[in-house]
Design a binder for this molecule. Structure first.
Ligand code: NDP
Length: 470
C-alpha cells in the first residue's frame, strides 16, 4: 500500500523532495505504508493543473460530468476490500464497519452526486434576470483521518458534480484511500487536472493549498484550532470557506421515552468508530429520577461492544487512531475523575490489549454540563451521562455548548420529540431512532462550522450565482 508519488495533471508525479510519511497501524503500532511528504512546490503544480483542468471540466455538460462520477464510483467499488483494510489499520475501525461505512457508503455517495447534478436547477428567471449557477472554480480540500474517504467524498463528489476541479490533501495519519481514489480516477481516464492529490502535513501542504491564489474556495473538515487558522488564511485571500469542525452533541432522553430502546441507541451512537466521530452523541441527558435506570441500560449495552483487533470478526470497537489520540482521551478520562464525575464503566487502557492504541469504552454518570468532559470534544469512546430536572433544563444544557453539529431526542411520542428537536441549536437532530439520511444536509451551528455537506443541497456550496439582465 505504499505510494511514492502525488497525483495531479492526470498523472503520477514525483514529489519535489525525498521525505516520506510513515503510515502506522493503530492495532500493531507498526508502520505498514508510506506516502510522500509534499511541499508548497508540489501544491503549486497541482493547483496550476487544477486551473487548467477547470477550463474544460466546468464547460462539460452536466450529463457528461454525471457519467464520469458514475464511472469513478464503479472503479472504486472494485477496491472496497483494500480501502476497508487500509482504514482498519489507519483509524482502527473494525473491518466489518470499515467495509460498510468507511468504503461502501462513500462510494455510493460519489454516484449519488451524479443524480443530484442531473436534477439540479441551474438556471432561474427572476424578473428581467436570468440567474445562473456556475462552478466556483478550483476547490482546495483538506480532510481529517477519522472517516478519511467519506470526508474526501463529501467535498470531491459535489465539487466535481458542480463543475469545480479539486486539490485534496488527505490527513497524514490516513492518506491511503485518497491514493486509491487517484488510482481509480487514472484507471477510468478522468480528464487531466480534475482530481489532484498532494500528500503532506497540514502546516506545509495544507496551508499552501489554502493560501494559493489559484484556489477559489477551501473546504475543510477537522479540528476547531486548524479551522480557525484556515479561515483566517483563506480570509486574507477573500476565499469562500466551508468548515466542518466537530461537536459535542447531546442526546436528550425524555422522561416518557422507552429507555430500553433509547439508551442502547445512544450508547451505540457515541461509541461508533470508537468515538472518533464528529457527530457522536457524547452527552446523554437523562431525567435525574431515572438516571440509575439509564446507567444500568448503558452498561448492559456497552458490554455488547467487544473491544479488540479491528480484523477480528467479533470486534465492534477497535483501537484509537494514534498514540497521541489515545493519550488525549486518557487525559480527559483522568480530568473527568478529578472533576468528580462517577466512573461507571471503563476508565483506562485495557490490560489484555497491551499493543495497539486501545482505550476502554468509558461511561461517566452524574456529569455536570460545565465539566471539561461535557464541554470539550474528546474524540474517543467516552460517554457522559448528565442528569436533568426538567425538559427546559435539558434543552438549555443541550444548547450550552460551543458546538452545534448533531444531536438526538427520544420521547414518548414523535410530536414531543419533534418539539424538543426544534429547540436545539444544532445542524442535525435524529428523533426516536431516526436513521442517518444521505440526502440530508450535514453541518454545524456555532463553532461546529460554516456550510453544509451531503445530499443535493451540498452542491450549492460549490456554485457562484451570476445574474444576467435582459
Ligand atoms: P486537524 O484539524 O489538525 O487536522 C485535519 C486536517 O487538517 C489534516 O489533514 C491536517 O493535516 C490539516 N491541517 C492541520 N493544520 C492545518 C493548517 N494550519 N492548514 C491547513 N491544514 C491543516 O485535526 P487532527 O487530525 O489533529 O485531530 C485533532 C482533533 O480534531 C481531534 O481530536 C478531534 O477533536 C478533531 N477532529 C474533528 C474531526 C471532525 O470530523 N470534525 C475530524 C478529525 C479531528 P495533518 O495531516 O498534518 O494533521
Amino acid at each position: 500500500m505504499t505510494y511514492d508519488k502525488h497525483y495531479y495533471d492526470g498523472a503520477w508525479q514525483a514529489s519535489s523532495g525525498t521525505e516520506t510519511i510513515a503510515v502506522i497501524s493503530s492495532a500493531t503500532e507498526q508502520e505498514f505504508a508510506r506516502v510522500p511528504r509534499g511541499s508548497a512546490d508540489d501544491v503549486d503544480r497541482a493547483v496550476k493543473a487544477a486551473r487548467r483542468g477547470f477550463e474544460s471540466w466546468s464547460r462539460l455538460g452536466v450529463e457528461e460530468r454525471a457519467q464520469w462520477l458514475e464511472k469513478l464510483a464503479a472503479a472504486m467499488k472494485t477496491r472496497v476490500p483494500l480501502i476497508a483494510e487500509a482504514i482498519a489499520h489507519e483509524v482502527g475501525t473494525a473491518l466489518g464497519f470499515a467495509t460498510k461505512v468507511q468504503a461502501e457508503f462513500p462510494i455510493m455517495m460519489i454516484g449519488m452526486n451524479a443524480k443530484f447534478i442531473r436534477e439540479a436547477k441551474l438556471e432561474e428567471e427572476l424578473g428581467n434576470s436570468l440567474v445562473i449557477k456556475e462552478p466556483i472554480g478550483v476547490v482546495g480540500c483538506v480532510t481529517p483521518w477519522n472517516y478519511p474517504l467519506h470526508q474526501a467524498v463529501c467535498k470531491i463528489g459535489p465539487g466535481l458534480a458542480a463543475g469545480c476541479t479539486v486539490v485534496l490533501k488527505p490527513a497524514e495519519m490516513a492518506p491511503l484511500s485518497a491514493f486509491m481514489l487517484a488510482e481509480a480516477a487514472h484507471e477510468i481516464g478522468l480528464p487531466k487536472g480534475v482530481l489532484n492529490i498532494v500528500s503532506g502535513s497540514g502546516r506545509v501542504v495544507g496551508e499552501a493549498i489554502v493560501a494559493h491564489p489559484g484556489v477559489d474556495m477551501v473546504s475543510f473538515t477537522g479540528s476547531l484550532t486548524a479551522g480557525r487558522r484556515i479561515a483566517s488564511v483563506a480570509g486574507d485571500g477573500i476565499k469562500k470557506v466551508c468548515l466542518e469542525l466537530g461537536g459535542k452533541s447531546a442526546f436528550i432522553v425524555l422522561d416518557d421515552a422507552p429507555f430500553e430502546k433509547a439508551v442502547p441507541a445512544g450508547v451505540n451512537n457515541c461509541m461508533q468508530n470508537s468515538g472518533q466521530t464528529c457527530s457522536a452523541w457524547t452527552r446523554m441527558l437523562v431525567p435525574r429520577l431515572r438516571q440509575e435506570e439509564a446507567i444500568d441500560a448503558a452498561k448492559a449495552q456497552l458490554a455488547k461492544l467487544t473491544l479488540g483487533d479491528p480484523f477480528d470478526k467479533n470486534t465492534r470497537l477497535g483501537p484509537l487512531a494514534s498514540a497521541g489520540q489515545r493519550d488525549t482521551v486518557l487525559g480527559f478520562i483522568e480530568q473527568g475523575k478529578k472533576d468528580g464525575a462517577t466512573l461507571v464503566a471503563g476508565g483506562g487502557r485495557p490490560s489484555h490489549l497491551a499493543t495497539g492504541f486501545y482505550v476502554e469504552p468509558t461511561i461517566f454518570a452524574n456529569v455536570s454540563n460545565t465539566m471539561a468532559i461535557a464541554q470539550e470534544e474528546i474524540f474517543g469512546p467516552v460517554l457522559s451521562i448528565i442528569p436533568y430536572d426538567s425538559e427546559a433544563d435539558a434543552i438549555a444544557m443541550a444548547n450550552d455548548s460551543p458546538y452545534g453539529l448533531a444531536g438526538g431526542v427520544w420521547g414518548g411520542t414523535p410530536e414531543r420529540a419533534l418539539d424538543v428537536a426544534k429547540q436545539m441549536r444544532t445542524g442535525q437532530v435524529d428523533i426516536n431512532g431516526g436513521r442517518f439520511n444521505p440526502l440530508a444536509p450535514f453541518g454545524g451551528y456555532k463553532k461546529s462550522g460554516i456550510g453544509r455537506e451531503v445530499g443535493p443541497l451540498a452542491l450549492e456550496e460549490f456554485f457562484q450565482l451570476k445574474s444576467i439582465q435582459r
